[in-house]
Design a protein around this ligand. Structure first.
Ligand SMILES: *Cc1c(COP(=O)(O)O)cnc(C)c1O
Length: 404
């Protein structure tokens, strides 16, 4: 198949922090994206797990239009009824008590970290500031978030590491037990790591961490920005594990279906230090964002959607296992949960993404030489079949390339 059409990328005036694919889209519908010259791509990355309801979902489009004609923005100095509605939906769905709305995932993480530290401060333990994070995690790009995840590549050049952040290997329970001490504020983890390569925490470890937190008064923060809101086939990824609920949880990505909105949820107890003046945001929770978020959440909470995710995920799992058997020289592992799927490769993942693009299939990269499939949760079985066929041809191309 022909090379992807290379639209010139106007990079002269864009800060060069992304190495972009020379591919520009004009329009989207469901799991399809169309380039400016009308070429269709099957979208199995969904803006990195953002377009969970696909592109141009009629209810989201209508919600934007309706709200756009009424009111976009006021200020958080006023009561915003849309916040009340979305917070009610999110707390009812999660069992948490209160919500702070943000414009992005990383701001939700900022709020989580600040809430955790302030909780201990308000309890007379200001020394409890340490946030324990894990290898392979990703929490966003603000300075606190890159310090929390500890990824050296994202920290380099940005000054000394901040105090109050501790990094541990993934899933080393003894290491975690040893690390929790009198200065620990919180443990921060993604129940299923996204950028790190679709790695799932074992149920037993999550339960043990929850117990450890209860014993030590440590707050447990889940970053469900990527794995939450239906992505794994339950509304929240931690629901797969009984007895491992968080004190604080961040969501974003799917929450606005492409409109920038995030949220930090917490128990009333965990948020008890967050009093008037202690935090804020100009745009966070504005009426436009709330209208879209509410429309998205009304769809995402539907049990039928979650059942659909589990069905499509089961199909992928079976088919990708088949690919692994037929292409052991290309595919070495299938991991993840639901429609947060990681395919660990023996050949370079960047090249594999290019092979997939040549088949007009969009997939995401990931740590540990993985590619990720993060399709819209609404992906149909026919579209899943088509994705598998395209992946099979990408495997053939990877094999040819390796042999050349
Ligand atoms: C994407 C992501 C973030 C950061 O979200 P932004 O909206 O880019 O700030 C944080 N945590 C996880 C797990 C993510 O996948």
């Amino acid at each position: 198949m022909a090379e992807t059409t290379a639209a010139p990328v106007p990079s002269d005036h864009i800060m060069g922090v992304y190495s972009r694919t020379p591919l520009a889209f004009e329009r989207g519908e469901g799991a399809r994206l169309y380039t400016t010259d009308g070429e269709a791509y099957l979208d199995c990355l969904a803006g990195i797990a953002v377009n969970a309801l696909g592109h141009g979902h009629p209810k989201l489009v209508q919600a934007v239009k309706d709200q756009a004609e009424k009111l976009w923005h006021v200020s958080n100095i006023f009561t915003i009824p849309g916040q009340e509605k979305l917070a009610t939906a999110l707390t009812a769905a999660s069992g948490l008590d209160v919500v702070f709305f943000t414009n992005s995932g990383t701001e939700a993480i900022e709020c989580a970290i600040k809430a955790a530290r302030k909780h201990h401060w308000a309890k007379g333990q200001p020394e409890r500031i340490d946030i324990i994070g894990f290898d392979g995690s990703f929490h966003g790009r603000t300075l606190a978030a890159v310090n929390a995840s500890g990824n050296a590549a994202y920290l380099e050049g940005f000054g000394p590491p901040m105090p109050g952040f501790v990094h541990l290997p993934f899933d080393d329970l003894e290491g975690i037990r040893a690390a929790v001490g009198p200065t620990t504020a919180a443990i921060l983890l993604e129940p299923v790591q996204g950028e790190g390569g679709a790695r799932s925490w074992p149920d037993s470890t999550l339960r043990a961490i929850r117990e450890l937190c209860d014993e030590t008064g440590t707050l447990l923060i889940y970053d469900e920005i990527q794995c939450g809101l239906g992505r794994t086939g339950k509304l929240f990824a931690h629901e797969w594990v009984e007895g491992a609920a968080p004190d604080i949880m961040t969501v974003a990505k799917a929450l606005g279906g492409g409109f920038p909105v995030g949220a930090c949820l917490a128990t009333a107890e965990a948020a008890s230090g967050m009093t008037p003046g202690s935090h804020g945001s100009t745009y966070g929770g504005n009426p436009l964002a709330m209208a879209v978020g509410l429309a998205a959440v009304e769809e995402l909470v539907k049990p039928a959607l979650q059942a659909h995710v589990r069905e499509i995920a089961g199909y992928f799992n079976q088919q990708l296992t088949g690919l692994k058997d037929r292409f052991p020289d290309v595919v070495v592992d299938i991991r993840g949960k639901g429609l947060l799927i990681g395919v660990k490769l023996a050949t370079p993942n960047r090249e594999f993404m290019q092979h997939a693009r040549e088949e007009r299939l969009l997939i995401a990269g990931g740590g540990d030489n993985c590619v990720r499939l993060l399709p819209p949760l609404t992906l149909t079985l026919d579209e899943a079949r088509e994705a598998v066929e395209k992946l099979e041809r990408a495997c053939e191309a990877a094999r040819r390339k390796a042999a050349a």
